[in-house]
Write a protein that binds this ligand. Structure first.
Ligand code: ZN
Length: 299
């Protein structure tokens, strides 16, 4: 009898264990990183992005790699219905019309978009995508792409639709301080109001439709580093239909993806874009105002 009971208990425990683990897999946020074409080293950065998301324990992560530039894009179709979040590590040829339509439907119906760094360089000629990122750079962007958006000394948004000129520019990399502009937003809540980013590009002169933008973080682009002498938005959110879009311009390459602020902000932006919430604690190694902090990400 005792033996039978032990056996029975073991089976119950095993069934409970299987049920729990499959439930937790089901509860995870399903993310897909799109790469395959980029003027940046996506072969280097995608493994970082995968690990950074997986390290939270919150995400399952797939990677969808496009054909090479100039190849047949009809062969590339991502089934967005399998995902809660699209991470853009892509800056290249337009997707085929069916995939572009499916992507817009995915966002309109409540999907999340996290545009990572040069993700906001992509698709200058696709109006819906530019509405989602609000501001973009390079790839021929100019005054026809939309206004400049920056912050005045008090942190108020300035939208300048008059000034002509390029969309997208940056000076040499430097370790700039980042200012939190929306401290109560779930992505920023609990972070120090000013913290030191690693040596990275400071995107400036971004242009785009700039509709319904909430600027979460900015940095002052100092003239000594060929900056605009303005507070340039670096992380912003945009609603699109029922979807949540985040444009996070930090993190040029693998080196920058070992900076704790870059890591933590990507993790928090990803969770919020997918769910509208952030459940992650701010880690103890998050940088203060004076020095960036680093973590080894890949083994
Ligand atoms: Zn870059």
């Amino acid at each position: 009898m005792l033996q039978k009971l032990v056996k029975y208990t073991a089976i119950v425990a095993l069934v409970a264990f299987i049920a729990t683990s499959s439930a937790s897999a089901q509860d995870k946020i399903r993310a897909v990183i799109i790469d395959g074409q980029n003027n940046h080293n996506w072969v280097e950065t995608t493994p970082y992005l995968v690990k950074i998301l997986e390290d939270t324990g919150l995400f399952t992560v797939d990677v969808a790699t496009s054909p090479k530039q100039g190849e047949d894009m009809n062969a590339f179709n991502v089934d967005f219905s399998k995902y809660d979040l699209v991470v853009m590590n892509y800056n290249g040829d337009r997707w085929n019309p069916k995939m572009e339509k499916a992507f817009v439907e995915f966002i309109v119906n409540g999907g999340g978009l996290l545009s990572y760094h040069a993700g906001n360089n992509a698709f200058p000629g696709w109006p819906a995508y530019n509405e989602m990122i609000a501001l973009g750079g390079w790839e021929g962007r100019n005054e026809d792409s939309g206004p400049y958006l920056y912050l005045d000394a008090d942190g108020n948004q300035v939208i300048d639709a008059v000034e002509p000129g390029v969309g997208g520019d940056h000076g040499p990399q430097w370790a700039y301080p980042i200012d939190v502009r929306a401290p109560e937003h779930p992505i920023m809540k609990g972070l120090p109001l000013k913290f030191r980013h690693c040596e990275d590009e400071l995107y400036q002169r971004q242009r785009g439709p700039a509709h319904n933008v909430t600027v979460l973080a900015s940095a002052f682009a100092v003239p000594e580093k060929r900056g605009t002498n303005r507070n340039e938005p670096l992380i912003l959110t945009v609603p699109y239909g029922k979807g949540r879009c985040v444009n996070n311009m930090l993190g040029h390459a693998g080196k920058q993806l070992e900076s704790v602020d870059t890591i933590v902000l990507l993790q928090r932006c990803a969770e919020w874009a997918a769910t509208g919430k952030v459940t992650q604690e701010v880690p103890a190694d998050f940088p203060g105002e004076d020095e960036p902090t680093f973590r080894k990400v890949l083994d």
